[in-house]
Design a protein around this ligand. Sequence first.
Ligand code: KG4
Ligand code: ZN
Length: 365
Amino acid sequence: MRILSIETSCDETGVALVDGVKTPGGFGFSVVANALLSQVELHREYGGVYPSLAKREHIKNLPVLLEQVLAAAGAEGAPEKIDAIAVTYGPGLEPALWTGVVFAEELAKKWQKPLFGVNHMEGHLMAALARENSSTESAIEDLQFPLLGLLVSGGHTEFVISPELFSYRIIGETLDDAVGEAFDKVARMLGLPYPGGPEISRLAAEARGRGNASRLPLPRPMLRSNSCDVSFSGLKTAALYALRDIGGAEKLTPKEKAAFAREFEDAVTEVFLMKTRRAMEETGAQTFALGGGVAANAHLRSALSEMVREEFPGTDVRAPKPSAAGDNAIMIAQTALIHLLSSDWTLEGKHPAEPLKAEGNLGLE
Ligand code: KG4
Ligand code: ZN
């Protein structure tokens, strides 16, 4: 089965053409063509994503990326070879999402294909579960349930328990800022460019390599320690005050700045270690999957994987390859393919004219 997928929930425009098959252990995927265009350079001067700019860029980029994907696919991109279209319907930035949905609706009408709305967070979870066999081949196989997902991105931070495929319940989430947002804001306080996550983790790795600890300690907000909820606004404010008290980030030497980035990354990691341990104990999960843009953070990935492997032996630990952690259209195609190949959704049951209703899935919004 072949899906053309579209992702425009935030500041990446993505279009992909992906094949999926059922395998003895689950599902296999093959990327026929993929195009991803990041708008980060444009949003950088605003220090974050500027919704109306994101919308304008998506409108401009979508036809170009579609053409690229179809050209790269050649004869394999002919409409008669495509079974359906999938588009991210949420959660995300409303004006940005809207451009993808409208574009997908028009394409579905023109090609007379069924259209499916995909939940962005389920997409991140599927990307986390997929194992790469090569640069174009991947598989989601041998899933052990219950499955615990920790989805960490610029807009969301949530622990999701899945007792079986397509059944999800959020058992913990952020009560204020998403963790990616906290990375971005603290990076901004340090005068680092947007998006701040990769910048902080680069500096933190330098400080760790040198063995430099920060002279400005930050708290580990273990909010309501009998729940799996997290909170990052206190940590963000503590960072703000700590920097203000020394007269601003410019008073830090480059090494001290790196040590501060490390302190922040360590604080975030410790919070997730504690909450993940708790979620694993509470749920008896057989699989732990870390997904979302912040899953690209090497320190968080290795700390969480190590802890789960050591303290919960036998758990299947999964995370996306770093290049698949952020927003992309491949994960949207993979999610639609799994629903369709499992007959949870049917090609016949849908019509382009009423595309985005039935999949109000899974409480992940
Ligand atoms: O999932 P994503 O691409 O978009 C949303 O759905 O939000 O996540 C983007 C977020 C940004 O906040 C970015 O700073 C963060 O992921 N991020 C990182 C790293 N790479 C991206 N955060 C920490 N460490 C990283 N290496
Ligand atoms: Zn995302």
